[in-house]
Design a protein around this ligand. Structure first.
Ligand SMILES: [Zn+2]
Ligand SMILES: [Zn+2]
Length: 299
């Protein structure tokens, strides 16, 4: 079953396949300001279950009451927020339940940030109430041990996926030299990051743990296809789910730009990396990859 969520003017629409993994009501003051109402209700779908079927969204990022950034995607004509991508759970996309315009939609399972709830509101008993945010499902029971090999494994709670900023440069440079030792010098951070900052700079992401860069993902969109590059995770942090978070974050950013398909290239012999992408829903296509350098003088 699929459902369509639309903005106020219907210019922006999102199709959501299957059932939401969770429906949550939030009373936090940010949600109150964003909606102009007293709480927001989000239906969370796996990232791959959601696609834009009409229009293109504008986005706005902010930190959240939980301490993790959230990026909101809204219609630039009417201003309705249609979906959001929480860094805290980057494998999920929260969709505004009201945008389905379906009064029979399932009830939320929980109400969070009741610390900020308006005093006269009371919720049905079936809702579990949380004064703040409950820990992400799985992270609480598993501690810091991700479910290895699972596409929806969790990162350590303290890893954050952030847009690249200049102070990340040294960390990115060191990480790439460690993860891509055979890469030609033209792919070094001094050239690649500098170039990327000139074009679609918002599509370079870093994973940070306690201020240290432990992962990267770079994306690009040319109006036809999206591309994914430089997905790297520090050897000491591999298999912790950080690579998944980075790819999901890049996917959401590309989807926001209207991208419908993502391509990437792997070295043919790299089985471990190809199984990583298989788990994230990528398939190998019978193509021969060709290229031509337009800057033959540059090494
Ligand atoms: Zn609209
Ligand atoms: Zn909230």
């Amino acid at each position: 079953m699929s459902r369509t969520a639309s903005c106020h003017c219907r210019g922006l629409a999102l199709e959501c396949e299957g059932e939401p993994t969770k429906i949550s009501l939030c009373n936090c003051l940010d949600c109150q300001r964003r909606t102009g109402s007293l709480f927001s209700v989000a239906a969370f779908f796996p990232r791959e279950a959601v696609r834009i079927v009409k229009g293109a969204a504008t986005s706005f990022s902010r930190s959240s009451a939980s301490g993790y950034p959230v990026t909101f995607h809204f219609c630039d004509q009417c201003g309705s927020s249609l979906w959001w991508a929480p860094e805290r759970m980057p494998y999920l996309v929260g969709v505004a339940v009201g945008a389905f315009a379906d009064p029979s939609f399932a009830m939320p399972a929980q109400a969070v940030w009741t610390a900020d709830k308006h005093h006269w509101l009371s919720f049905p008993e079936a809702l579990s109430l949380h004064e703040r945010n409950p820990p992400p499902k799985g992270a609480a029971s598993q501690g810091h041990a991700p479910r290895e090999g699972s596409a929806d494994s969790f990162s350590p709670d303290n890893a954050q996926i952030l847009p690249y900023e200049p102070h990340h440069f040294a960390g990115v440079d060191a990480l790439w030299q460690k993860c891509f030792p055979d890469d030609p010098s033209r792919n070094r951070a001094a050239i690649s990051v500098t170039d990327k900052m000139q074009f679609q700079p918002g599509l370079l992401f870093v994973a940070e743990i306690e201020g240290k860069v432990v992962g990267t993902a770079m994306a690009g969109y040319d109006g036809h296809r999206g591309w994914l590059y430089a997905v790297a995770v520090h050897p000491g942090q591999q298999r912790s789910g950080i690579g998944t978070l980075l790819v999901r974050r890049a996917e959401v950013a590309l989807m926001t730009l209207g991208c419908r398909k993502i391509n990437l290239q792997l070295r043919a012999e790299n089985d471990r990396v190809s199984s990583f992408y298989h788990r994230l829903g990528y398939t190998a296509e019978a193509r021969i990859s060709m290229s031509k350098r337009l800057d033959p003088g540059r090494e």
